[in-house]
Write a protein that binds this ligand. Structure first.
Ligand code: CA
Length: 226
């Protein structure tokens, strides 16, 4: 069930939208204030946000600007009639869509469905990574090769995910250390080589085609050899 965050200070309108959305099977939470709406959106618990522009606390455009620093949460702006500038600014700032008040509930529902579908398609594309016959499913935390599941530790999984996200790009040990272990890593510097060895043992050994290659003097690369 999709969770919708509704940020709208006109309480009667908010209540009406909430009831209609619940009737359609959505979970709905409301905020009447921009600041609170922003905090709720940043919790990452929602699938979509309906955001009014004229709000107490922080206005809707500013809420949108701050959310877009770190999140791709789908946002549909609720704009007042004739506020053309608001619409343009909202879309420029990363709103997915807008709807002009007064609107029919059917139109709102249609726009919500479109935004949620787009999000789902995007997520599927992003969460299934592959190289040759190897696939990594981010959301299910699952790696498959040649029809068999490969068991990885969480560090090996992160390392493989980073290789897949940068397929065919040669990555240095320093890059891998920084991205997979983090800046603060203080342990052995050969940890990358050790983990690449573990990973190879699980995902390449026993297969005809090797995917993870050493680039002498530089680092490693994940790619399908011709
Ligand atoms: Ca308002």
């Amino acid at each position: 069930m999709s969770r919708i965050l509704l940020v709208e200070d006109e309480e009667k309108l908010a209540r009406f939208i909430e009831l209609e959305l619940r009737h359609e099977g959505y979970e709905v939470e409301k905020a009447f204030d921009g600041r609170i709406g922003l905090e709720m959106a940043e919790s990452g618990q929602y699938d979509l946000m309906l955001l009014d522009i004229m709000l107490p606390g922080i206005n809707g455009l500013e809420v949108l600007r701050r959310i877009r620093r770190a999140s791709s949460l789908p946002v549909i702006m609720l704009t007042a009639r004739d506020a053309v500038m608001d619409k343009v600014t909202g879309l420029d700032m990363g709103a997915d869509d807008y709807i002009t008040k007064p609107f029919s509930i059917e139109e709102l529902l249609a726009r919500i469905r479109v935004a949620l579908r787009r999000k789902a398609a995007f997520r599927e594309e992003k969460e299934l990574l592959s190289c040759g016959d190897l696939t990594l499913d981010v959301s299910r935390h699952q790696v498959m090769r040649g029809g068999k599941e490969i068991e990885l530790t969480s560090r090996e999984f992160s390392l493989l995910q980073y290789f897949l996200e940068n397929k065919t790009i040669v990555l240095t040990r320093d890059q891998l250390l920084e991205k997979v272990w983090g800046y603060g890593y203080m342990g052995e510097t050969n940890v990358v080589d050790v983990y690449v060895r573990y990973l190879r043992g699980k995902m390449d050994e026993g297969f005809d085609k090797k995917l993870l290659h050493t680039v002498r003097g530089v680092g490693y690369v994940l790619r399908e050899e011709a």
